[in-house]
Design a binder for this molecule. Structure first.
Ligand SMILES: *[C@@H]1O[C@H](CO)[C@@H](O)[C@H](O)[C@H]1NC(C)=O
Ligand SMILES: *[C@@H]1O[C@H](CO)[C@@H](O)[C@H](O)[C@H]1NC(C)=O
Ligand SMILES: *[C@@H]1O[C@H](CO)[C@@H](O)[C@H](O)[C@H]1NC(C)=O
Ligand SMILES: *[C@@H]1O[C@H](CO)[C@@H](O)[C@H](O)[C@H]1NC(C)=O
Ligand SMILES: *[C@@H]1O[C@H](CO)[C@@H](O)[C@H](O)[C@H]1NC(C)=O
Ligand SMILES: *[C@@H]1O[C@H](CO)[C@@H](O)[C@H](O)[C@H]1NC(C)=O
Ligand SMILES: *[C@@H]1O[C@H](CO)[C@@H](O)[C@H](O)[C@H]1NC(C)=O
Ligand SMILES: *[C@@H]1O[C@H](CO)[C@@H](O)[C@H](O)[C@H]1NC(C)=O
Length: 637
């Protein structure tokens, strides 16, 4: 631990410290939702990511965009696999199954979401099979590199001719596999199957999940969120909510109930989703991490530019009201009863609803402004007056109590020049910063959507620039509902968009919490309940800051970032009413250089150092902040 006098020699080399005087009162109360999470099905962030299912293409779901296939599946030995749409399918939602035929031991194996993590823990598996079979099945985890069996179990057949019968099994490997290049294999003795073949569908395998929820979430990724302490979840998107076409929209009622009833759909990000992670799973995710749900509802507009006509909008408004009833209605209501049937008799509380996504883009604004937003806003506020309804843009005049959503993807320099953006926002309507990320390298201009020269991971100068922008928002915390980075997750083995907050592959030990994760973490852990006015003899740049109070701990908080400085910045800070001898914790984040990144499988490059600083004469806290640093000082009450 560095003490204050160790900092003194440093200070001595700089002549002019900036003097910041923070007043006792006169600030504004902040909202409670400072930093949250934005979710959408992109980058295999849910499927093959947060959603812990290990089997890819588990039910051969397809669409006209992504026809059913045997992707991720391989025939064992000389078996034959063929996709079939049987006249009696597993369910109308899952019409396609696989026929496995051949001689002797036959079966199929799946290579997971680009690997399967195998370690000594209990894996819960299940599959549906159709056809008469008198023998037993063998379910195994195998190493693709060594061919070794890592775990295996026999599953006695209870199959019946002409019927789909579910079988369950568990696998408990004794050792951690050498790597994640492993498969799940399922075999049977074809000579004991009446037709020499069997039909399979919905083949599933889960490792232990967060809070041990069935159909639950991957533990390491939930841990990375839990450690950050997010306050809200904006879901289910994003472009993926909108859909490529009106019919391709995200339909809440096709994501609930038993997995056999979820048809899945073509995402807008290049792959089919199973909808295994549906509306209820999102709400359970909120419950598990104590996050406020910000529910996005479909707003009558698809990415191809098609808008629902004004005369037809009511059916979609009703659909949104049904969704809200499903989540919040008593068990005496039609959809509240459905929720209870699916295991949640207690209603959830929804305080925020966002209407659509980026309706200012793709030619959506004119219909949004003229009737789409109003139709949803009027109906929702009439039935649920306590709900804060948000528009998906701030590019229009917002009615009544509506809020807006603002997104920013840009280069580091432009995040910094936007520091003052909310000082200038005089509109009374609150804003959600629903998608924020530095994506592209400084190029002297700004983001170029054509070259899309985006970084693979957040990098340090970008994370510092984000901190500067977040400070601009924190200074105006009375106008901001909450802020979230986006997109949040990326599976490095299959992604459409980088950078993201958290990156991963099939191996939980490789998960990377980005440089931005560390910045958000520091700011989120030091929540100000009130801003406080300050006067100073400097101007913003290279030092940017926000000041306030945490009235719960009665601690004064100073948050800062230094961007583009040619030298360390000495600071002389006073809080009115905080006297000499008061101690404070000063945490400073730095990284080896401007382009340092936290990579999948790599070490954390962000250096965090906390020192104790004591207020000297006249209550002055003296310290200095290096170039490209992010810092928080909190006084001890
Ligand atoms: C509090 O909010 C008012 C109105 O938005 C603004 O003028 C003032 O600067 C804010 N005070 C602080 C300390 O941010
Ligand atoms: C099977 O059903 C799927 C989903 O409805 C459909 O896309 C596919 O074309 C069908 N395949 C055959 C061979 O009929
Ligand atoms: C897994 O192992 C197989 C067999 O050695 C090899 O062909 C394949 O490339 C490996 N996959 C990965 C992702 O390393
Ligand atoms: C979902 O809701 C729509 C609109 O109410 C309805 O047309 C559709 O049949 C429902 N789908 C399911 C699977 O319940
Ligand atoms: C940072 O410094 C570079 C080089 O001097 C300059 O081009 C850029 O405008 C500066 N950025 C900001 C936000 O001050
Ligand atoms: C905010 O307004 C001030 C004063 O008009 C102006 O100097 C500054 O550039 C504005 N900031 C932004 C980010 O627009
Ligand atoms: C992308 O950005 C990097 C870093 O600034 C630069 O080295 C590279 O030339 C750029 N690539 C393209 C295609 O613009
Ligand atoms: C501060 O960081 C900027 C941006 O990376 C860099 O251009 C500048 O040289 C750094 N200044 C010092 C003194 O290291």
């Amino acid at each position: 631990m560095l003490t204050e006098y160790l900092l003194l020699p440093l200070l001595a080399t700089y002549s002019a410290a900036v003097h910041i005087s923070v007043a006792k009162s006169g600030g504004n109360a902040t909202t409670n939702l400072q930093y949250g999470v934005m979710e959408e099905e992109i980058n295999h962030c849910g499927e093959g990511g947060l959603y812990a299912e290990l089997i890819r293409n588990r039910a051969f779901q397809g669409s006209t965009t992504y026809p059913s296939s045997l992707d991720a599946w391989t025939a064992v030995g000389r078996s034959r696999l063929s996709l079939q749409n049987l006249t009696s399918p597993l369910s109308s939602a899952l019409p396609t199954s696989v026929k496995v035929s051949g001689k002797g031991t036959v079966g199929l194996s799946n290579d997971g979401f680009w690997g399967i993590d195998v370690r000594p823990q209990k894996y819960s598996g299940s599959f549906y099979v159709k056809g008469s079979y008198k023998g037993s099945f063998t379910a195994s985890l195998l190493s693709a590199t060594s061919g070794k069996t890592l775990a295996s179990t026999k599953v006695k057949s209870k199959s019946v001719a002409g019927e789909w019968v579910q079988h369950e099994f568990t696998l408990t490997p004794k050792k951690t596999a050498a790597n994640t290049n492993n498969t799940l294999s399922l075999t049977f003795d074809a000579s004991k199957a009446s037709d020499g073949s069997l039909d399979f569908n919905l083949i599933s395998l889960f490792p232990p999940t967060w809070n041990d929820r069935p159909n639950g979430m991957r533990r390491d990724l939930m841990q990375a969120l839990s450690d950050l302490g997010p306050k809200f979840l904006r879901f289910p998107g994003g472009n993926n909510l909108e859909g490529d076409t009106i019919d391709g929209r995200w339909k809440w009622n096709e994501t609930i109930g038993p997995l056999t009833g979820r048809p899945g759909r073509a995402t807008t990000w290049g792959y089919e989703e199973t909808s295994g992670m549906g509306l209820v799973e999102y709400m359970e995710w909120c419950d598990d991490l104590g996050m406020e749900p910000i529910l996005a509802i479909w707003a009558g507009f698809a990415l191809n530019g098609d808008a629902v006509a004004e005369a037809d909008i009511d059916a979609y408004v009703q659909d949104a009201l049904d969704e809200l009833e499903f989540l919040t209605g008593s068990v005496d209501t039609k959809y509240g009863a459905l929720r209870a049937k699916y295991g949640h008799s207690d209603p959830w509380t929804i305080r925020y609803v966002e209407v659509g996504n980026e309706d200012n883009l793709n030619g959506g604004l004119s219909t949004y402004e003229s009737y789409r937003f109003a139709a949803f806003y009027d109906a929702i506020t009439a039935k649920y007056p306590h709900i804060q309804v948000l528009a998906s843009t701030i590019d229009m005049t917002l009615p009544g109590s509506a809020g807006g959503d603002y997104h920013l993807y840009d280069v580091p320099d432009n995040f910094v020049t936007n520091f003052g953006m909310f000082d200038n926002y005089t509109d009374k309507h609150p804003i959600l910063l629903g998608e924020i990320a530095v994506t592209e390298f400084n190029n002297g201009v700004g983001i170029d959507w054509n070259d899309k020269n985006f970084s693979l991971y957040p990098w340090w100068i970008g994370s510092v620039a984000e901190a500067v922008f977040l400070l601009g928002a924190e200074r105006n915390a009375d106008k901001i509902i909450g802020t979230t980075y986006a997109p949040y997750f990326m599976n490095l083995d299959s992604y459409e968009w980088s950078p993201t907050m958290i990156s991963f592959n099939a191996d939980p030990d490789d998960t990377a919490r980005s440089t931005s994760w560390h910045v958000y973490n520091l700011f989120n852990k030091n929540h100000m309940t009130n801003t406080l006015p300050a006067t100073w003899d400097g101007t913003y740049g290279p030092l940017y800051y926000a000041v306030g109070l945490d009235s719960v701990t009665d601690s004064h908080i100073f948050k800062a970032a230094v961007y583009n400085s040619t030298a360390d910045v000495p600071v002389s800070l006073t809080f009115e009413g905080v006297g000499r001898g008061t101690t404070a914790d000063l945490t400073i984040l730095t990284a080896p250089n401007a382009f340092s990144m936290n990579e999948v499988g790599g070490a954390n490059v962000v250096h965090s150092q906390t020192t104790t600083v004591k207020a000297g004469k006249k209550g002055v806290f003296s310290f200095s902040l290096p170039n490209l640093s992010v810092a928080v000082l909190t006084t001890n009450a």
